[in-house]
Design a protein around this ligand. Sequence first.
Ligand code: PLP
Length: 411
Amino acid sequence: MASIFTSVPQAPPVAVFKLTADFRADPDTRKVNLGVGAYRTDDSQPWVLPVVKKVEQMIAKDSSLNHEYLPILGLPEFRSSASRIALGDDSPAFKENRVGGVQSLGGTGALRIGAEFLRRWYNGNNNTATPIYISSPSWENHNAVFSDAGFKDIRAYSYWDAAKRGLDLEGFLRDLENAPEFSIFVLHACAHNPTGTDPTPDEWKQIADVMKRRSLFPFFDSAYQGFASGSLDKDAWAVRFFVSQGFELFCAQSFSKNFGLYNERVGNLTVVGKDCDNVARVLSQMEKIVRTTWSNPPSQGARIVATTLNTPELFDEWRDNVKTMAERVLLMRAELKSRLEALKTPGTWNHIVNQIGMFSYTGLNPKQVEYLIKEKHIYLMASGRINMCGLTTKNLDYVAQSIYEAATKIQ
Ligand SMILES: Cc1ncc(COP(=O)(O)O)c(C=O)c1O
């Protein structure tokens, strides 16, 4: 009898995971992985944050803990502390009791639950026609998350000016102006992936002005708080500014990167509403969505984050750990730029230090990328995006020399 799965088409692999598999299979000893989406130490190793190790031991020794189900919306002390880190302790939204949180499976889970809610309840119910605007370019999963949640009209907004290797503010503002009222805009809170380019506070003000006037809904994606500048507060500036301007908004938070808890799947969807009653009703619907999606969330990552955020000494230690990661990224940026310039590599390389966060959009074209992978065993995304943490003091010379060769040999 034929399989009932005979007509299932083979789906293509996810680019970033495929790149890592290719890297692992490559026997060349010079190989470098600049494609990975996670932090690496100067020895190219994953890093368990010292504060996380400490809290894990505290949790293991705590005999009052058990493995009962968590509430559907998650661990209360996690949800509130996570939202506080996004909005700031002195946020007017907290004072007015109009903030809610949904513990989620990573930042992706927060985006998906938020998208599902918006499809069900934003702008009428079972709304699939509201335009969703995603930056061009963006993290490749944004489109898929919103489309799988049922949205039919997913559009790109201008973001990246390839010629100047910076923000296309004019195009961005124009797309905001032209968007139908009540459209949803997915905004990267900081350390834009993949370009490493964020609006300045003044540019955010202009963006917020148009969004307010045109009644556009901001859905922030905050996957890198602390990574952009090393400061948790600075990196939350845009979200906090929008709240101060009276917006109702969502903010999908990921603790994968800033806690190094990639496989614990810990995130939070912060909901800011007009008042307490609105937020309570929204959360009651979120509970329905979570119930049929993952029913209730896992505890380990949430306990680690909540214990850290709610204990002043641990919080300070975490802030230092985040700074350690951010500073290593900054150092690699400066070192790569100076090497490329010393080699007189064609083009300008200021963008390497001007961009922020884990990623840099190098400006290398697909042929140059192919050359780096095939000839130099340096793995990076076809878009030219590199993870700065893939660089180490040991491979910088080799990578810079290889980029020089790619840029001189291949146009
Ligand atoms: C912009 C952006 N949003 C969300 C995520 C998802 O994070 P998580 O692994 O916590 O689901 C990522 C991860 O790479 C990201 O880059």
